[in-house]
Design a protein around this ligand. Structure first.
Ligand code: CS2
Ligand code: MG
Length: 413
């Protein structure tokens, strides 16, 4: 048996998704997610123009060999485009192997280490009251962990805060089309002031602890915006509020920046959603500079690579916090959930539910119960693409925003 066909599709049920379909000579179909927010067509081209023909006729069971062939073979290594393309192939091959075995994928990865996957939800609000309402809404739905983001006085629309208004929002999606819903021609721009942010946030955490007590797991995302010393000061200032994690406090490519943050605080640190290989973590893990690995299965070479990365992290007492925003398709989400079920060093899983249109295009079998997700027991990943429904949503160009400081300087978004 061998790989007979490899098809790449791009669909846009409200936002863009790149999906890989691999079919074997005896008709088993495997699905992979290759979505890279705002750069979707680059990965689609990498797959269809450079990878697809090389897979035809290969033995679908040789997952490790295929991974190495795609990683080492082309000479050019790493980078989000390459690693998202490899991830899609890897997911599809694991999907096929598990379907052939008649088992949900987590069984092949070692079986369940837990009965469900604790997830965190996204609570946001332009002001404290709106944020508090969102947190209450999630608690009522059974969530025990929330990421909190809020507006900063003096600034307009900023990262992580739903522009849609107060309450529980399921629809935060920063990649923007044009205002009329058609293809964007350029990113929108936001304004940022780190001083205002640093002055505002500790008081927000203080009020949350006063209003919601000590049990709630509070997460927060700095989205790469602080300098090393600003991050060190911030992590120290918010120590009394005992966050579950502070994410992306500094730009990720500067691994040694986190040494400074560590020297000054015990606030747990998470990083890695823009990383794409284990090498991005080499210093962070071996020097124990982080507590949670934030990579997406979709952007880090798939299940094969993520399993190795998380096993490496486990040796240093570091746990998983796999990236799961809506720019990961339901296929990528399922891949994360099967890994979350099987690994020992699971920490938490990010969860931002997909909209209805997306769930009409992708048939999912994972379930949410009281703040815990379960991947389901269908053979394989348990997600498939309805190709006819997908074809009804044409690719629509969208961009993540660009960020500028108040004096106009381009800053990290
Ligand atoms: C975010 C993402 O989920 C997160 O923690 O940082 O929403 C991120 O902004 C997007 O994935 C960018 O595509
Ligand atoms: Mg993030």
């Amino acid at each position: 048996m061998s790989i007979e066909s490899v098809d790449v599709s791009v669909t846009s049920p409200g936002r863009n998704f790149v999906t890989l379909k691999i079919t074997t000579s005896d008709g088993v179909v495997g699905w992979g997610d290759a979505t890279l927010n705002g750069r979707e067509l680059a990965v689609a081209s990498y797959l269809s123009d450079h990878i697809a023909s090389t897979l035809i006729g290969r033995d679908e069971d040789r997952i490790e060999d295929t991974w190495q062939y795609l990683y080492r073979g082309p000479y050019w290594r790493r980078g989000p485009v390459t690693m998202a393309a490899i991830a899609a192939v890897d997911m599809a091959l694991w999907d096929i192997k598990a379907k052939k075995a008649g088992m949900p994928l987590y069984q092949l990865l070692g079986g369940a280490s837990r009965s469900g996957v604790r997830v965190y939800a996204h609570a946001s609000g332009t002001d404290y009251q709106a944020l508090a309402n969102a947190i209450t809404g999630y608690q009522e739905l059974g969530f025990t962990a929330v990421r909190v983001q809020t507006g900063v006085p003096g600034l307009g629309q900023i990262y992580g805060v739903s522009a849609a208004g107060p309450g529980v929002r399921y629809d935060y999606e920063p990649a923007k089309r044009a205002a009329d819903g058609r293809a964007a021609t350029a990113p929108t721009e936001e304004t940022w002031d780190t001083n205002a942010y640093l002055a505002h946030m500790p008081g927000v955490f203080d009020r949350i602890r006063q209003d919601f007590g000590t049990d709630l797991r509070i997460l927060h995302d700095g989205h790469h915006r602080m300098s090393p010393i600003e991050a060190a000061r911030f992590a120290k200032d918010i120590e009394p509020y005992k966050l579950f994690w502070l994410e992306d406090c500094t730009p990720g490519e500067d691994q040694t920046a986190l040494r400074l943050v560590r020297q000054h605080s015990t606030t747990p640190l998470a990083i890695g959603e823009v990383f794409n290989t284990v090498y991005d973590y080499q210093t962070l893990i071996t020097e124990r500079l982080i507590d949670y690995v934030r990579s997406a299965v979709t952007h880090t070479g798939g299940i094969t690579a993520m399993k190795k990365l998380l096993d490496f992290a486990a040796i240093y007492g570091i746990r998983s916090g796999i990236h799961g925003p809506t720019d990961i398709s339901p296929i990528g989400m399922a891949a994360a959930l099967h890994l979350d079920m099987a690994i020992h060093n699971f920490g938490i899983q990010e969860y931002m539910p997909h909209n209805e249109a997306t769930l009409n295009v992708f048939q999912t079998s994972y379930t949410l119960d009281n703040g815990f997700l379960h991947p389901g027991d269908e053979p394989g990943l348990g997600v498939s693409l309805d190709e006819e429904a997908a074809a009804g949503h044409e690719y629509t160009k969208a961009y993540l925003p660009v960020n500028r400081l108040i004096d106009g300087t381009v800053h990290d978004w």
